[in-house]
Design a protein around this ligand. Structure first.
Ligand code: CMP
Length: 385
C-alpha cells in the first residue's frame, strides 16, 4: 500500500492510482466550478454536491491509508510506528493530504453545499495535491537553491531599479498628478506595473522626464526577466545533466565491459552515455535504416532478427555497433523482448571515445568482426543451397 501511494512509484498500480487521482481532482474542480455559477437546476446542484463529496471521500480514504502505511517509508526508518505517523502528519505532504480530505467533513458536518461561496476554497486545496504529479518540483527547489546567489543579485537589481524609478517618477510627476504620484507607495505601484512589463495603463507619466524614466524602466524590466529566465533555464539544464550522470553511473556497473575500466576513463564514458528505458516489443533499430548510435544492455534482453532466425542478447551485451564502424545502414532489426534499460552512445561520441579509449573500441570491433563473419557464413550457405 505504501509503495502504491508513493508519489514516485513506477509500478503499474502506482501509475494507475496517480491517473485516478488526477481524474478525481479534475472531476472535483469541474464540479466546484460549475456549482459556482448561478441559477443551476436543483437536481444538477445536488448531483454536483454528490460528486464533490464523493471525490473528497476518496481523498479521506487516501489520507487514512497513507497515515496507516507511512511507517513503511525509509524516511522514517528507526522511528516507532506512532512517531512515524505523527512526523508524516505534520509534514508538508501530510498537511496537503489532510486538506484534500477536508471538503468531505466541511460538507457533511458543517452542511456547506458545493455551491456555497466558501466551497471555491476547495479548488485551492485540491490543486495543491497536484504537486505529486510534478516530480520536477524537487528539481525546481534544488535549482533555486543552487542559483540563489545569482537570483539574489538579480532580485537586488530589480529592487534598485524599482526604487530609483519610483522616486524619480514621484519627483517628476507629483506636481502634475498629485493623486497618482503624490507619495512614494503610489509611485512604487506604477514602477512595479511598468518594471514587470504588465502596464495596466491606470497610471501614466505625463512629463518628459517621467516618460524617459518610464522608457528606461520598461527596458530594464525586459532585461531583468530575461536574466531570471536564463539563470533558471541553465540551472535546470545543469541539474538535469547531473541527474542523468548519476542515472548512467548506476546502470554502467551492470555492463562488464565498462566495469574493467579505470575510474577516470569510466567517468569520461559516463558523461557521454544516455539511459533509455524501453517497454517490451519495441523496435530499437530497424534494418536498412541509417545508424547514429550504438546500445549497451544494462537490463533486460533484446532479439536481433536475422534471416536465419532471432539471436537473443542479454545484460552486458551491445548492439548497433556495425553501422557505426562500417558507416553502413543497419544490418538487422533489433527488438526488445521484455522491458529493457539501454545505454545509448551516439556516433559522434563513439568516434571521440575511439581515440581516447582504444581498448574498448577494439573489443567492440572484435565482436563486430565475429558477427559479420557469422552473417557472411549464413549468407553464403543460403546462396550455395
Ligand atoms: P547494426 O548493423 O548497426 O544494427 C543491427 C545490429 O544487430 C548490428 O549492428 C549488430 O550489433 C547486431 N547483429 C548483427 N548481426 C549479429 C549477429 N550475428 N549476432 C549478434 N548481433 C548481431
Amino acid at each position: 500500500m505504501h509503495a502504491i501511494l508513493r508519489y514516485s512509484d513506477s509500478s503499474h498500480a502506482g501509475r494507475r492510482w496517480r491517473s485516478i487521482h488526477l481524474l478525481l481532482v479534475g472531476v472535483g474542480l469541474l464540479a466546484i466550478a460549475i456549482s459556482s455559477t448561478d441559477g443551476l437546476p436543483t437536481r444538477l446542484a445536488d448531483l454536483l454536491t454528490i460528486a464533490v463529496v464523493g471525490v473528497a471521500l476518496v481523498f479521506t480514504a487516501e489520507y487514512v491509508l497513507r497515515l496507516w502505511s507511512v511507517p513503511e517509508s525509509p524516511r522514517f526508518a528507526g522511528l516507532s510506528e506512532s512517531m512515524a505517523r505523527l512526523r508524516w502528519a505534520v509534514s508538508t505532504n501530510g498537511v496537503i493530504c489532510l486538506l484534500a480530505a477536508l471538503p468531505f467533513f466541511a460538507i457533511t458536518l458543517a452542511s456547506i453545499h458545493a455551491d456555497n461561496e466558501n466551497a471555491a476554497v476547495f479548488c485551492i486545496v485540491w490543486v495543491l495535491g497536484l504537486t505529486r504529479h510534478a516530480p520536477a518540483m524537487g528539481t525546481l527547489a534544488r535549482v533555486i537553491s543552487n542559483e540563489r546567489a545569482t537570483l539574489t543579485s538579480v532580485a537586488v537589481i530589480f529592487i534598485m531599479v524599482l526604487i530609483v524609478a519610483a522616486t524619480g517618477a514621484h519627483i517628476m510627476e507629483r506636481a502634475g498628478q498629485p493623486k497618482l504620484f503624490g507619495n512614494l507607495p503610489d509611485a512604487l505601484w506604477w514602477a512595479v506595473v511598468t518594471l514587470t512589463t504588465t502596464g495596466y495603463g491606470d497610471v501614466v507619466p505625463q512629463t518628459v522626464g517621467g516618460k524617459m524614466i518610464g522608457s528606461v524602466v520598461m527596458v530594464s524590466g525586459i532585461l531583468v526577466l530575461a536574466l531570471m529566465t536564463g539563470i533558471l533555464a541553465t540551472g535546470f539544464a545543469e541539474e538535469e545533466r547531473r541527474r542523468e550522470y548519476l542515472r548512467v553511473w548506476d546502470q554502467v556497473t551492470k555492463v562488464p565491459m565498462f566495469a574493467e575500466l579505470g575510474t577516470v576513463t569510466l567517468s569520461e564514458i559516463v558523461g557521454k552515455l544516455r539511459v533509455r528505458h524501453y517497454p517490451a516489443r519495441i523496435v530499437v533499430v530497424r534494418r536498412d535504416e541509417p545508424g547514429d548510435s550504438m546500445f549497451f544492455i544494462a537490463e533486460g534482453e533484446v532479439e536481433v532478427r536475422l534471416p536465419r532466425g532471432g539471436i537473443a542478447l542479454g545484460q552486458g551485451a551491445f548492439f548497433g555497433e556495425m553501422a557505426l564502424l562500417d558507416r553502413l545502414p543497419r544490418s538487422a532489426t533489433v527488438v526488445t523482448t521484455g522491458p529493457a534499460t539501454l545505454l545509448v552512445l551516439y556516433a559522434s561520441d563513439f568516434y571521440e571515445i575511439a581515440s581516447h579509449i582504444p581498448s574498448l573500441v577494439e573489443a567492440v570491433e572484435r565482436e563486430a568482426r565475429r558477427r559479420r563473419a557469422e552473417n557472411q557464413g549464413d549468407r553464403s550457405r543460403v546462396e550455395t543451397s
